[in-house]
Each structure stands twice: as structure tokens, then as C-alpha cells.
Design a binder for this molecule. Structure first.
Ligand SMILES: NC(=O)c1ccc[n+]([C@@H]2O[C@H](COP(=O)([O-])OP(=O)(O)OC[C@H]3O[C@@H](n4cnc5c(N)ncnc54)[C@H](OP(=O)(O)O)[C@@H]3O)[C@@H](O)[C@H]2O)c1
Length: 282
């Protein structure tokens, strides 16, 4: 069995990667305590002991607000920590998959879907850190495959300590009488985390570089949810347009899939997956 090392084992994505691959790979998934990614010596020691052939680096400060509040800490983890993992992967000749984000397109004035060869224009601290981390990882390890993930969700029950996501927040709100508002000035992909997990394996065959990695979506978030409700026969009268958010500077971080598709990897469209999954949440 091939040896797979996963960082961020306790996280939303990392825990699902372990669950899916643990029977088909020899998996090493050190906890934060066992391998603090900001500690280069500790990282090298774990790599030396396990000698991974594939590395999926999902550990991060993924909370955008936390990055704004604690930029020094998030920089150490999101940039310096990623650099340590990239360097160790290069030394041990392991295929390195780095989890980046669609937030690198946040400040772009170009209309989406965005392509990987556009200049990244992040706006928030998190997006800036991810863009710098991509550059650092590729410098350390040109065979690094940096995956720009979109907003992910799962339909299963929230695990203890886990952050919420788009669909589980929706499921909770559906149990209240509240009107649900969604922004019209925000266009982005929203992706089933299980599709992400399944497709990760194929990324080991991709050439080094940057890849958009998630479901395509050309609708704004309000339209997306409206169409989902309509297709599922849910009450669209519960939905309201949020015209305020992103009004001054509409956001479009939707991602083009051509490069990924040319590499043999596809995701279903956001709406298609939401319709398929939506039935499971009520
Ligand atoms: N979730 C999304 O919708 C989304 C969208 C786009 C991109 N991404 C990216 O995808 C990746 C996975 O996201 P996620 O939602 O799974 O994140 P998450 O749930 O916040 O998990 C982050 C993981 O990183 C670990 N970690 C933090 N600091 C560490 C350190 N110094 N050393 C070792 N481990 C450390 C955490 O462990 P402790 O809790 O023990 O500290 C946790 O296991 C991240 O890189 C994120 O930026 C996520």
C-alpha cells in the first residue's frame, strides 16, 4: 500500500480524507500536538519516520475572521507551516497536494469564472496568506499541486468541535420560521466535501502547479439557493435577496475548470450536487 500523510487530521476536510482512504493507503495522520507544522524539526522527524509517498496538507487556520484578528499566528501556520511541509515533501520526494482557496480571487476585477493563470488578487488576510503559501510551496517543491478549494459542505451531522458549513447552517435555519436571505452580489462555487475527497486521489497524477478544484457555479448565491429550493419543491417564499452584502464591490470568485478537466478531473455543478444532497437534510 502507498504511504499517505495527511495534515489537519482533526479538521473538517482532513477527518473525511482519513475516513475515505484509510483502507486503501497506509495512512499517517499526526495530530497538531504530534506534528506542529510550524515546528520544522518536528515535521522533518515525522517525515523521516513515515517516509510518505503522497502528502495532503490540509492543516491551516481556515477561519477567515481569525486570520484578520490574529495575523501573526495565522501567517506562521498558513505560510511558514505550509513551507515546512513543502520542503519536507521535496526532501522525501513525496507528491505534495496543498489545500489553497478560491479566496485568492476575491479582489479581482475580472469577471469569473477565474483561471489559474490570472494574477491572484486576494483581499483578506486569509486569501493573501494562501496566495503567498502557494508561491512558497511551489518554490520549495515545483512538483507541488496547489488546489484552490471552494466553499465546502457536508450533509452529515456536524461533528463535535467542527465548524459549520453552508448546508448544515441552512438545515438548522430551516427548522426555524426565519426568512433566509442570501447575497445577490456574490458568485462562488459551493462544493460537496465528499466530491473533493474522492477527487484528491487523482491529483497525485497531476503535474505540479495551481489548479481550481471545486464545483463550477455561474449563479449568485441567492439564485443558487432559489433554484435549489424550486427543484426540490421547497417553499421559495422563505427566501429573500440580500442586496447589501458586497454591494459596493460585488464579489465573483467562481472558478474555471478547464485546466482541471484537462487533467481528467471533474466536479458536478454546484446546483446539481445541492439538489442531489438537499433531500438528505430535511
Ligand atoms: N472548509 C472550507 O470550506 C474550505 C474552503 C476553501 C479552502 N479550505 C482549506 O482547506 C483546508 C482544510 O480546511 P478545513 O475546513 O478542514 O479546516 P479546519 O476544519 O479548520 O481544520 C484545520 C486543521 O488544521 C489543524 N492545525 C491548525 N494549526 C496547526 C498546526 N500549527 N500544526 C498542525 N495542525 C494544525 C487543526 O488542528 P487543531 O484543531 O488541533 O489545531 C485542524 O485539524 C485548509 O487549508 C483550508 O484553508 C477550506
Amino acid at each position: 500500500m502507498r504511504r499517505l500523510l495527511i495534515t489537519g487530521a482533526s479538521g473538517f476536510l482532513g477527518s473525511r480524507i482519513i475516513e475515505y482512504y484509510r483502507d486503501r493507503y497506509e495512512v499517517c495522520a499526526p495530530s497538531h500536538k504530534e506534528m506542529d507544522i510550524t515546528n520544522r524539526e518536528q515535521v522533518l522527524a515525522v517525515f523521516h519516520g513515515f517516509k510518505p509517498q503522497i502528502v495532503i496538507h490540509s492543516a491551516a487556520i481556515s477561519d477567515v475572521g481569525m486570520c484578520e484578528r490574529e495575523p501573526d499566528r495565522s501567517r506562521r501556520i498558513n505560510i511558514d507551516g505550509s513551507r515546512n511541509i513543502a520542503e519536507a515533501s521535496a526532501i522525501f520526494r513525496a507528491k505534495f497536494l496543498f489545500c489553497s482557496s478560491d479566496q485568492v480571487y476575491f479582489g479581482s476585477r475580472i469577471q469569473g469564472p477565474h483561471r489559474e493563470d490570472e494574477r491572484g488578487v486576494p483581499l483578506n488576510v486569509y486569501g493573501k496568506e494562501k496566495l503567498t503559501a502557494e508561491e512558497e510551496c511551489l518554490k520549495q517543491n515545483p512538483e507541488c499541486t496547489a488546489l484552490r478549494l471552494s466553499w465546502m459542505y457536508d450533509t452529515r451531522t456536524l461533528r463535535e468541535g467542527e465548524h459549520g458549513d453552508f448546508i448544515r447552517t441552512l438545515a438548522l435555519r430551516l427548522r426555524t420560521p426565519d426568512i433566509l436571505s442570501y447575497p445577490v452580489n456574490d458568485v462562488r462555487g459551493i462544493t460537496d466535501v465528499n466530491e473533493v475527497v474522492r477527487n484528491l486521489e487523482k491529483c497525485a497524477e497531476l503535474k505540479g502547479g495551481i489548479y481550481n478544484f471545486g464545483s463550477p457555479n455561474d449563479k449568485n448565491t441567492y439564485e443558487t439557493v432559489f433554484d435549489m429550493f424550486r427543484e426540490l419543491g421547497w417553499d421559495t417564499m422563505r427566501l429573500r435577496k440580500d442586496e447589501e452584502s458586497f454591494r459596493e464591490a460585488p464579489r465573483d470568485i467562481s472558478m474555471d475548470q478547464k485546466k482541471l478537466n484537462d487533467g481528467g478531473i471533474t466536479f458536478p455543478a454546484t446546483l446539481e450536487s445541492l439538489i442531489r444532497n438537499g433531500g438528505n437534510i430535511i
